[in-house]
Design a protein around this ligand. Sequence first.
Ligand code: SF4
Length: 430
Amino acid sequence: MSADTKNCPSNSLIATFSSPLSHSLTPVQKAHAPEEPTHQKWSQALLKWYDQNRRDLPWRNTRDPYAILVSELMLQQTQVTTVIPYYLRWLELFPSFHALARASLEDVLKTWEGLGYYRRARYLYETANIVSERYGGELPDDAEILKRLPGIGDYTLGALLSIAFGRREPAVDGNVRRVASRFWALSDDLGKGRALRNLKETIRAAMPEDRPGDFTQALMELGGTVCTPSAPRCNMCPLNVYCIAYQTDRVAEFPAVKEAPKKKTERRRMWIIEWDGKLFLQKRTEKLLEGMWEFPHERLEEKHLVQNTVEHLVRTDQEGVQVFRERTLSDGNVLKKDRYGVPMQLFQNVFPASSAAIQVKHVRRIGFVKHVFTHLIWDIEVFAVALDMQGAIEQSFEKNWFTEETLSRLPLAVPIQKAWKLWKRKCKNS
Ligand code: SF4
C-alpha cells in the first residue's frame, strides 16, 4: 500500500456519487458517504486547484488557435520540459499559418529536429498550407472542417475547440483516461467505443460554460503532475474526497487497461560513407521519419540474424564486395587480411547509374547506437566506409555528398545524429 493510500480517510468519510458512466461500465463497490458530489462540485474543486497550482507554460498565455495547435501537436508523446524551447523557437520562426506555409519543408523538419515523431511536423505543415490557401490563414471554428485537417484527431479536436474556441468539447488523452479510470474506479478500456463516448459525455457535462478551455487544461495538468502513472500524489489531489479509487484504497488497480504497447526491436546496419572530406546522405522516403536526411541503413533480415553479421558480409561474394587490408610483414611478405565487406546493393543504391571508378579504401565497424521510438527500438550497427572515386559522381536532391558544415544544416533524426557523433568520435580523432 502506498503512503498516499495509507492516508485514506475512514469509510465514514468516504464520498461517493453516481457516475453517468456507471450504467454502462463495470460497477464498483461503493462505500456509504456523507455527500454525493455533483459535477459542479468536483469541477469547481479542480479549477480552484488549477488556478492556484498551474504551471506557467508559454501556450497557456494565448488563445491563438495556431499556437494552441502547435503546442498540442508538440506535446503528443513528448515531455512538457522538452517541448518549451521548441515551441518558443517555432513561433519565433513561424508565427502564423501563413508564415509556416511559406517555409520549405526542409526548414520545417530542421526546426522540429530532435523532437521526434516527424509526421507531426509534416501534418502541421500540410495543415498550414490548407488553412493558408482555403481559409485566409485563420483556423475555422468548425469541428467538421477541423477534423478533416491533417494531424487533427479526436483529442486535438477537443483541445482546439475547448481551449482556442471556448467550446464545451472534451479532449480525452492518456492523462485524462488515467484520472477518469481512478476517479470513477472504471475497469473498462476508456480509449474506444461506448466507454469513450460515455466518458466524453460525462466530462462535457462537468465542463463549466465560462471556462471550458481551463477545465480541459486543468484535467491534463492533474494527470501530468498529480495523478501520474506511478506514485500518484493523492494527498495533494483536489479531487481526493470524491475519488472512488482513493476512497476505497484501490488506486493501484487503475487504470486496469495498461496503455503502453510492447516495443519491437529492429536490428539495422548503417554505413557512413566518406569521400573527399564529404559524407553521403540520402533523403528518407519511408513513412517513419519521411523527409529527414540519413546515412544509408537497412534492416537486417532474418537470414542475417541466424549468422554472425560480420562473417556473413565477408564471406558472401554475391552480396558483398570483398575488402582486404594489406600489411607488409618484416620478412617482406604481404599479409592480406579480410575486413568487413560492403553489400553490393548499397553501392547500387548510392550510385545507381554512376560511371565513376570506385575503390573502397577501408570499412570499419565503429560501434552501435540505439534509439527508442514509442513503438519501436532501432539497434544499429554502424560502419565507417572510406572511398576513392574518379570520374562523374552522381548527385541529386535526394542523394548527395555533404561537408560536415552543410550536413549540420540538414534535418537529421536523433538516431542519425547519434551515429554521426559516434563517427566523429571514432574516425575524426583516430
Ligand atoms: S484522482 Fe486524485 S485521488 Fe484519485 S487517484 Fe488520482 S491523484 Fe489520487
